[in-house]
Design a protein around this ligand. Sequence first.
Ligand code: NAD
Length: 506
Amino acid sequence: MTLHTTLDTDTTDTATTDTDVPEWKMLIGGEWVEAVDGAWTDVTCPSRANVVLARVPDGKAADIDRAVQAAGAAQPAWAGAHFKERQNALLKIADAIEAQGEDFSRLTAQDTGNAIRTQARPETATLVSLFRYFGGIAGEFKGTTLPAGDDQLQYTRLQPLGVVGAILPWNSPLMIAGMKIPAALATGNALVVKPAEDAPLTILKLAEVCSEFLPAGVLNVVTGDGETAGEAISTHPGIAKVSFTGSTSVGKHVAETAGARLAHVSLELGGKSPNIIFPSAATPERIEQTAEGALLAMRFTRQGQSCTAGSRLFVHEDVFDEFLDVLAAKVQALKVGDPLDDETDMGSIINESQYCQVRDYVDEGKKQDGVKVVLDGSDYTPEGLQGFYQGPTILANVDNSWRIAREEVFGPVLVAIPWRDVDDVITQANDSTYGLAAFVWSQQLDEAIETAQRIDSGWVQVNQGGGQVIGQSYGGFKESGIGREFSLEGAIESFTQTKQINVKLG
Ligand code: NAD
């Protein structure tokens, strides 16, 4: 079964007319279907603001219900099969995605605005690796036996939860889908996935590949908006677990609604992560390397649209000016432009409202007393393109109490805060409602490890900005989330429940 039209990436420079727009249906019960009410919604290309890429069904509660029924019907046989069946399917899906990797990457660049070389291709590669990883460990979801005497067989089974509802954000949809879908499948669950309104196309394409190797109904994808389709996932009694990645405000709401019916919930939410530079990391021998790492940590090449962005840069006073000079030179050299161009380092912001929000934060930050504008990427438009482009922006001498230092901008905006005393910088780093990621840069082992251990975040990196490894623990402290995904332990925690069986023998 195929999904229909492939987008012609060469035509995305020009505005499309209504009749040109391809219609991409959604996958329910192994069929490509329209919404029950026949409604459609446009998906636009953020890097070319005038282009509608495709039209997708505007799914509602009735569509979620159809998908839950299909998933519920398919799940027992999927869970009841030998693990090798799940393993084979996941490994074949990985191969098939890899074989079409460039299509996935181009589509990612089109519907998210993420640059193809720096972001979209690595995101596709991570998706492939995640399918391989969870395929590889499909036999590791094992129970235990208790030595309770020869006349007793007391054992546990790690059972799937049933139907998992996965709600995705737009910033790197394939990667986030890769944290949920293969893990939920490997553990024997069926899924109803709702992609973000702004970036559903790669998820539909992923569904197309998966549908070749999975029994009908095991994976369903319903497009639609958060308040209707998303809400229906949180409230549907047939969904045993909601795995949500998105903003903290929506995550709290999802936790409340799903929690009201005692559904399992995991939440991967926002962040405002500290990035602490000690003087020993900014010596003449280390300064270039550390600045490269801080650039990577800030996720500038994903337009800063990353929950783990190290967006609060704490630089020791003794090296503050020279470090910012070196960093600014590197950041300024990033090429902002067409996400489909291999030369581009940094693409476009996802949509107009996000773009305006980023601009508002920058405008407000620039008005604060004592702020120093190191780089201002506002009003940046690559030649010949109309889209939501914001160049990288760095504001220095920021105070940790300002809104721009406290709230998640989710744009390419870095604030730099000077510090002198280590206890004070750790207090400031922890003075945040968030606790997702953190970065520490020091050549002194004790100092680096002690600082890493004192930071209230779910993931701390020392002397590196982008070292995420599949199989590591991943998830937030505080308002950055609840639960872990990305690993064997995360899959057990997030997608299984333990059953104890006690048998009297003889
Ligand atoms: P968002 O919260 O606006 O939307 C996320 C998803 O929730 C979308 O699919 C949306 O349709 C859906 N949704 C909206 N209202 C809903 C409702 N009432 N019920 C159920 N679902 C609903 O987030 P976004 O703008 O798409 O993504 C950006 C946010 O995601 C940022 O805050 C970012 O930090 C966070 N994020 C976190 C991680 C992580 O791993 N911690 C990863 C990526 C993004």
